[in-house]
Design a protein around this ligand. Structure first.
Ligand SMILES: [Zn+2]
Length: 396
């Protein structure tokens, strides 16, 4: 109860200090044949206070009436921001009104620093050196399954408790694979299996199908705003669920396809600084989708990130800048390859901790004798099986 009030107070404070700026917004919708129309409205865009001074003051304010451990205040502030941030996303997409979010559910997120774990007993600090809460999960159905695992975050809700466990897995770390995203495929470079292309055209098809319906509804939304608004919501939810389902299956099937493997990805956070996102991403999956795939995989397989700079334009043989020609990349030194192969291959090379140049790369290609990087086509093409457990080979 006290925590819910604290969290609401944090939201109130942030909300009261939010700056609203007016902005003309164009709502685009498709009218077929690649043509788009729009109508304009004025919207108020919220900007939450984020300065460290504000956060410090907020913390002090919240601490005034708080007799429990200070950690809960920090957790409440963090949670308040994430609640508001997700409200903002929904608001900008027109799915929420300009109304302050209210915390209804009772829940507390407990950081590991406030917990002491001994065997199956967990002691949670409520007030330091005064009040504790003890849990014992030795009698629970899952006890045998999580024996010896580490206890992670804990969320206490009204009537139940969520416990996150993690197991420290011994990992041989022998094989690394490089993965690059493209609009219609994930391209994998595996040191033994070579270039494996995971077909994503089904994912593309799902989102396009729904986008078409949503565009059509938007174009007539002004005729019956309420009814069409509800329809829109329905299709948004359906679209999200279908995509979510596809991505879940993709990550499960990928982890089965490449067991005992470290998955190497480009570090998405670095794209912003290096290149003007959109230009790069229009040949790739959207940042959001890519981020989801990486996150889902991270629950199943070990992941490493590498710097994305130049992975799509550097010659792995000599380090020079490559030229693009009809989906191929060509180098002065004679190197020639498919663009999608190159992306995955360069991520793989970077994952090995090697600079993208010179002779080192040559020794790292057991399936390319003598380091002859030839123009190649994928060794295999696979796609997600929506009814199965593993990726299915696709005939070329
Ligand atoms: Zn070259």
């Amino acid at each position: 109860m006290a925590y819910r009030r604290l969290l609401q107070q944090a939201i109130d404070e942030i909300w009261d200090n939010t700056v609203w700026k007016e902005k003309r917004v164009k709502h685009w919708y498709s009218v077929g044949k690649g043509k788009y129309k729009y109508y304009e409205t004025t919207r108020l865009i919220p900007y939450f206070p984020k300065s460290s001074e504000f956060k410090r003051e907020l913390r002090n304010k919240l601490l005034q009436n708080w007799s429990f451990a200070k950690h809960y205040v920090d957790s409440a502030i963090k949670t308040a921001y994430s609640i508001l941030e997700s409200w903002r996303q929904n608001y900008l997409k027109g799915r929420r009104k300009r109304k302050k979010p209210v915390v209804k559910r009772k829940f507390v997120r407990v950081k590991t620093t406030l917990m002491k774990v001994e065997g199956s007993k967990i002691r949670i600090t409520i007030k330091p050196r005064e009040e504790y809460l003890e849990l014992d999960f030795s009698g629970e159905w899952f006890y045998e399954r999580v024996k010896g695992w580490k206890v992670g975050e804990l969320v206490i809700r009204d009537k139940d408790v969520y416990l996150a466990f993690s197991e420290e897995v011994e990992f041989s770390g022998k094989i690394k694979i490089g993965i690059d995203s493209n609009l219609l495929s994930l391209d994998v470079y595996h040191p033994e299996k070579g270039w494996v292309k995971v077909d994503l055209s089904e994912l593309h098809r799902i989102s396009e199908t729904y986008d078409r319906v949503i565009d059509r509804l938007k174009s007539i939304q002004r005729k019956a705003p309420k009814r069409i608004g509800m329809l829109l919501k329905k299709y948004w939810v359906r679209r999200r669920n279908r995509i979510e389902d596809f991505l879940n299956k993709l990550s499960v099937q990928l982890s089965r396809e490449f067991p005992d493997t470290i998955f190497v990805f480009e570090d998405l956070n670095k794209f912003k600084m290096l290149e003007n996102g959109s230009k790069r991403f229009n040949r790739k999956l959207s940042r959001a989708t890519w981020g989801k795939i990486v996150r889902k995989l991270s629950y199943r397989v070990p992941i490493e990130f590498v710097n994305p700079a130049g992975t799509s334009s550097t010659c792995p043989k000599c380090g020079n800048k490559l030229e693009s020609r009809n989906g191929l990349v060509v180098c002065k030194c004679g190197f020639k390859s498919d663009r999608q192969f190159l992306g995955a291959f360069n991520v793989f090379v970077r994952g090995l901790g090697v600079a993208l140049s010179g002779g080192e790369a040559r020794d790292l290609l057991p399936n390319e004798p003598g380091g002859e990087l030839r123009l190649m086509s994928p060794k295999s093409v696979v796609s997600v099986d929506l009814n199965g457990r593993t990726l299915t080979p696709t005939p070329p």
